[in-house]
Write a protein that binds this ligand. Sequence first.
Ligand SMILES: Nc1ncnc2c1ncn2[C@@H]1O[C@H](COP(=O)(O)OP(=O)(O)OP(=O)(O)O)[C@@H](O)[C@H]1O
Length: 289
Amino acid sequence: MTTSTVAPIAGLGEVPNHAYGVRFDDLGRAFPVAGGESRQVLRDVELEVEPGEILAILGPSGCGKSTLLRIAGGLDAPTSGSVTIDGAPVARYDARCAVGFQEPRLLPWRSVAANIALGLPRGTAKADGREVVGRLIELVGLADFADHRPREISGGMAQRTSLARALARNPGVLLLDEPFGALDALTRLKMQDLLLDVHAAAPTTVLLVTHDVDEALQLADRIILLGNDGGPQGADIRQTVVVPGHRPRDRGSAELAELRGRLLDGLGIDRHGATRGVEATTTIPHYPY
Ligand SMILES: Nc1ncnc2c1ncn2[C@@H]1O[C@H](COP(=O)(O)OP(=O)(O)OP(=O)(O)O)[C@@H](O)[C@H]1O
């Protein structure tokens, strides 16, 4: 078993916070295409994510990053191999996971607090739910906006609401798909710091899909780079990088600069910005979504 019980986030009440290990075993995913054929997107993905680890998933556009994340959460299923959380197969829409997307996906007619409450596990007692929402809203710095509707808050605030909603589930695995991708550069940096604060308060396992090499280097314990040869075989893990140093890391360190160079090479981007025949993105310069 790869479970570790970690300190509960303040306010998540009696429910202990678990960080679960995630294991991908020889995983593949092919999608049907016209004419009864199928197209291999992922192949031979072999990966063990430790409980409490932050793992960043990088790779060229369309290589299957979101697909891998969706499979981890039971939003999609592999066509070969398997994925387990805490040693047990992933169920459809697995309740041990919470997912955050690039768009906050808030209900426009509900307040910030009510949107966060949507993430609470089914059957949460009202008083407990109120307490958890109250603490999370503090944690993400939105206490003064609890009664606002989504249209009355900024994009960054909406994304913080979305993160709080995911945390309300008290997930053993937090799956984040380009969560800060639509934000301006400064808000994005603030959100990265917030994610680190949140992780320090409740060190759940995080799988983070990003296009941003610097974001991956700042947040992750480990980075995997997915890639393919452009042929029909599908993408697999091309590089695994253990990021040195404790967070928050010095963004200007020579060691990180060297790793950044290696990752950009792996993405087919030379260090001066030109791409080599693959569609790949990074925030140097910032990716225009
Ligand atoms: N449900 C589906 N049916 C058919 N094809 C799909 C489906 N989901 C994903 N694909 C295809 O699988 C490939 C990988 O998609 P995915 O969204 O996982 O890539 P990605 O690396 O996350 O891309 P991006 O970086 O652009 O977000 C794409 O070619 C996509 O069209």
